[in-house]
Design a protein around this ligand. Structure first.
Ligand SMILES: CC(=O)SCCNC(=O)CCNC(=O)[C@H](O)C(C)(C)COP(=O)(O)OP(=O)(O)OC[C@H]1O[C@@H](n2cnc3c(N)ncnc32)[C@H](O)[C@@H]1OP(=O)(O)O
Length: 389
């Protein structure tokens, strides 16, 4: 019989990492890799499924925070390392892990990055935010004007110390952004040293350091140089624009590639907006509302007549109920529902990337007053996280 246990010691954590990596068709961590991975384990947050004494499935959460529409920051669990040993799949092991994880999560909301699009909807996760991959033709890219501040290159030791502090100082302001945990920075440092040619630059304006980006450059046999931006954080428009000027004026670079928010106005930086090409749009944030009333109250709403939304949640029935959503907030009610929606799809509309009308048009939900619901959940800015985990 499968039972689910909470892991607390290093030997169990290493077995957990091995089972997960095997599920992803990767080898177990080497001793060197393990020293980097270990800080990402926190007691009590790694779960494993056992068949007798054998570990056969894994999941984990990291303690983080999340910005919701309107700007409030709520405690958040970042879910990762989900895997089931290949000889035990499709027997309900993940279902048992997800049930246990969801019923014991300390935070009102969880997000993850999905390896496949069909796995997580049944557990109440909805596709709530997407990114686009953009490739910029650097040889033709001209941003008029000069830098307003200064961009300086950091050596790796300085970057390792400064970046977490600067990320914290810039703060979480945009819906979808998450707080980074110590283990996240340990993995990021490792990825940089592996790449060897990874470079970090910091921007400073009149108030001091206010943005950074990390990039690396690869070249192919034809000597075509591609610069990939791996991390880009900024506190204000000047830092954002100056860092874009820096990467598009570097010598030798032919292409710049980055994943960014669907609505980031990057094309408007350039004299010729056609130097910017979107090559792919992909799901980024899968959102699970763990405490629906708390999460509905956490965000702000647009202007429209109130709408009563009935939420259905098979795994967490405490969320089942009707909620009147109005520009002034949210309350639980007994009134007749205008719209009935499963919790995964409430997750999908929560950040405003998808609308109630779109879900109704595609027959995922039924209801009336869809235009009011759309207006209530409308957002001025598309969600984007920008922190991969
Ligand atoms: C956040 C992250 O870490 S993303 C990484 C996720 N991990 C991977 O992709 C590694 C490779 N895959 C695996 O390890 C496993 O296949 C898992 C974890 C995705 C699924 O584990 P399982 O124990 O097989 O899932 P379980 O048996 O509980 O399946 C529950 C239901 O989901 C369905 N399901 C599970 N995985 C998939 C999938 N990849 N595609 C489609 N349906 C799936 C099952 O068919 C089942 O449906 P049913 O209830 O209608 O019969």
């Amino acid at each position: 019989m499968t039972d689910i246990r909470v892991l607390n010691d290093e030997a169990q954590f290493r077995a957990h990492a091995t089972v997960f990596r095997r599920a992803m068709h990767w080898g177990p961590p080497t001793d060197e890799q393990w020293q980097v991975v270990l800080p990402s384990y926190e007691p009590g947050r790694a779960l494993a499924a056992f068949e007798g004494d054998e570990m056969i499935g894994t999941t984990q959460s990291y303690a983080s925070s999340l910005v919701v529409p309107g700007g409030a920051v709520v405690p958040h669990s970042a879910i990762s390392r989900v895997g089931v040993r290949a000889d035990y799949t499709r027997r309900g092991v993940l279902t048992a892990l997800m049930r246990e994880q969801l019923s014991t999560l300390p935070d009102p909301v969880a997000t993850l990055r999905a390896s496949e699009g069909r796995i997580y909807g049944r557990f109440g996760y909805g596709m709530a935010g997407r990114w686009r991959t953009v490739v910029i033709d650097a040889k033709r890219a001209v941003i008029p004007g000069d830098l307003t501040g200064r961009v300086r290159m950091l050596d790796q030791d300085t970057a390792d110390k400064l970046l977490p502090e600067l990320h914290e100082a810039v703060g979480l302001t945009k819906p979808g952004q998450i707080g980074r945990w110590a283990g996240w920075w340990a993995r990021a440092r490792d990825r940089k040293s592996d790449a060897e040619n990874s470079v970090t630059v910091v921007h400073s304006g009149p108030g001091g350091d206010d943005g950074f980006l990390t990039y690396k450059v690869s070249e192919n046999r034809e000597f075509v140089h591609k610069l990939s931006i791996e991390d880009f954080v900024w506190a204000n428009d000047d830092a954002w624009r100056d860092l874009w000027i820096y990467v598009t004026r570097l010598d030798l670079i032919d292409k710049v590639e980055i994943e960014l928010a669907l609505d980031e106005p990057v094309s408007w930086l350039f004299e010729d907006p056609r130097v910017v090409n979107t090559t792919e749009v992909f799901d980024e944030i899968w959102l699970r509302l763990v405490d629906v009333p708390r999460m509905l109250q956490a965000r702000t709403y647009g202007t429209a007549d109130p709408v009563v939304i009935e939420v259905r949640d098979k795994l967490l029935p405490a969320n089942d109920g009707r909620y009147r959503v109005s520009p002034d907030g949210v309350e639980r009610v007994e009134a007749e529902a205008d719209i009935t929606i499963p919790v995964a799809l409430l997750g999908a509309v929560y950040f405003g990337d998808t609308t109630f009308s779109q879900l109704a048009a595609t027959k995922w939900i039924e209801g009336t007053r869809l235009a009011d619901a759309d207006a209530l959940f409308a957002v001025p800015q598309k969600p984007f996280c920008g922190t991969f985990f």
